[in-house]
Design a protein around this ligand. Structure first.
Ligand code: ADP
Length: 488
């Protein structure tokens, strides 16, 4: 243990390792764009999956009629009805309801889960006020279904579940068409509804934002996790096996999977080694671990690292920023007496320090950093002197600066890809990025660092670009996509 209070080698090294000067960011943006191209060329060509969403038509504003959105992606599901009135009347009426899913259904059978959802949908529809919501005669109620689990999409209205995540383990579902499961359940409940569009929340955000601004070309989510979707020209997608190569389609980049050329520190590596997605796979392969399979095991380990690292997501999204700070602080405690001789027990608990806490500490403008002191006291149960508080803020700032700047580099990569194909900025058109997620919404420093990166990388071109915060439009977007993909 060093007793030095004035220098902290751990912090100095960490700051150096996290540094992202402009040329470095340029490199990252170029590498992301390269992997976008590689992923568009062949399946698995690059770190970014570049998934075809089968959403070719975005809302125009002319949509009319009654449509629904159903959002299943966590412990709650949300249902929304939207009465659309075309260009003039726009959204005439909308109603929504959030329903929590009983724990036992998350680990039950698919009939139980979808039966529950269908029953709740039926009662939602039954409560509809006939004056405000009107279904055109002879039509079924059509749904835009946002299903936030890994899915292999096969058309606009079908996709098979790859695996459950987020605490769900519903039996008999993997490899099955999730839309068919829901359609069957609705039929069994005598509910005259059908899914017209299966979408993810990035696509929903893009569609919802596009409804009120035709220049929206990108949808970015920065919340617990992160993702980006954008409008791509079909001719720029070699892996698209469709005869027509004209027009556009939405690509779901799954950019969180990007893992090259990033400023990785020892703390990122340790966090990754302990992350649930990595662990899950290691556990799955353990039964094979014996002498004969040593080689295979090591190969699979390497494969797992390559596939599951998702380093970009772990550097830029809300779930992880607090955890990186916690790991750095712990090492500072153990090597440089950050809080005197005391190592707070709470500092050894993974994910105890959350991104919201970092934000609160960074917003502290008092001379003696009172809020920082009280967050450290309440969350980590430690009394920190002013020097320690300052250092904690420096660690937060380092992590958030790297995160915001890297997120900016990703946005630049997509903007430049779009520009390469369309030359829209060149012709004076604006390009709008629709942003959603609490990290973007509630963390001003993060937003500022992201903006700095855009300024540094785009210079004058930034005058053609608008970054727009579009809160919670993904439900509206899903309902609109049900309309644009209506069978009628
Ligand atoms: P999700 O991405 O899970 O759909 P949100 O968009 O609400 O949901 O994002 C939640 C995440 O945003 C949290 O995990 C947290 O990391 C981050 N977050 C929430 N509130 C704040 C805040 N006040 N300051 C900074 N980050 C926040």
């Amino acid at each position: 243990r060093s007793n030095s209070a004035s220098t902290c080698p751990v912090l100095t090294k960490f700051q150096k390792d996290c540094d992202t000067p402009t040329p470095y960011l340029r490199n990252v943006a170029n590498a992301i764009a390269d992997d976008m191209r590689a992923g568009l060329a062949v399946e698995g060509g690059g770190d970014l999956d570049m998934i075809l969403t089968y959403v070719d038509a975005l809302p125009s504003g002319n949509e009319e009629g009654l449509f629904y959105a159903l959002d299943l992606g966590g412990t709650n599901f949300r249902v929304r009805s939207v009465q659309l009135g075309g260009k003039k009347k726009r959204v005439i009426a909308t109603e929504s309801e959030q329903i929590s899913i009983p724990q036992k259904l998350m680990i039950g059978t698919s009939e139980e889960l979808f039966g529950f959802i269908a029953a709740k949908l039926a009662s939602f529809v039954a409560k509809e006020k006939p004056g405000r919501f009107q279904l055109e005669e002879g039509r079924k109620r059509e749904i835009g279904f946002t299903f936030s689990f890994p899915v292999k999409q096969t058309s606009i209205d079908s996709g098979t579940l790859i695996k459950w995540t987020k605490g769900f383990k519903v039996s008999g579902m993997e490899g099955k068409n999730v839309v068919a499961c829901l359609n069957e359940a609705m039929e069994a409940h005598g509910l005259d509804m059908r899914v017209s569009a299966l979408v993810n929340d990035g696509v929903g955000t893009l569609a919802g934002a596009r409804y009120s601004d035709e220049d929206v070309m990108i949808g970015v989510i920065l919340g617990t996790g992160t993702n980006a979707c954008y409008v791509e020209q079909k001719h720029a997608i070699p892996k698209l096996q469709s005869k027509s190569s004209s027009g556009t389609t939405i690509i779901n980049t799954e950019w969180g999977g990007f893992s090259k050329v990033l400023p990785q520190t020892i703390f990122d590596q340790e966090m990754d080694a302990n992350s649930p997605n990595r662990g899950e796979h290691v556990v799955e392969f353990y039964p094979f671990f014996n002498n004969i399979y040593v080689f295979l095991f090591l190969f699979l380990q390497l494969f797992t690292v390559c596939v599951w690292m998702k380093l970009y997501e772990k550097m830029i999204s809300g779930m992880y920023l607090g955890e990186i700070v916690r790991r750095v602080l712990l090492q500072m405690c153990e090597t440089s007496d950050l809080f005197g001789q005391f190592v707070p027990v709470k500092l050894s608990t993974p994910f105890e320090l959350r991104t919201e806490h970092l934000c609160k500490m960074q917003e502290d403008t008092t001379d003696d950093l009172q809020t920082v002191g009280s967050v450290l006291y309440n969350i980590l149960e430690v009394e920190a002197n002013l020097n320690a508080r300052r250092r904690v803020v420096e660690v937060c700032d380092t992590v958030v600066k790297r995160g915001g700047r890297l997120a900016g580099a990703g946005i630049v990569a997509i903007l430049e890809k779009i520009e390469e194909e369309t030359k829209r900025m060149g012709s004076g058109k604006r390009t709008v990025v629709a942003m959603d997620g609490a990290l973007y919404e509630k963390y001003p420093q993060y937003r500022q660092y992201m903006q700095d990166a855009l300024v540094e990388l785009l210079g004058d071109k930034l005058s053609h670009i608008a970054i727009k915060h579009t809160k919670d439009v993904s439900g509206l977007g899903a309902a609109l996509l049900a309309a644009t993909n209506s069978i009628y």
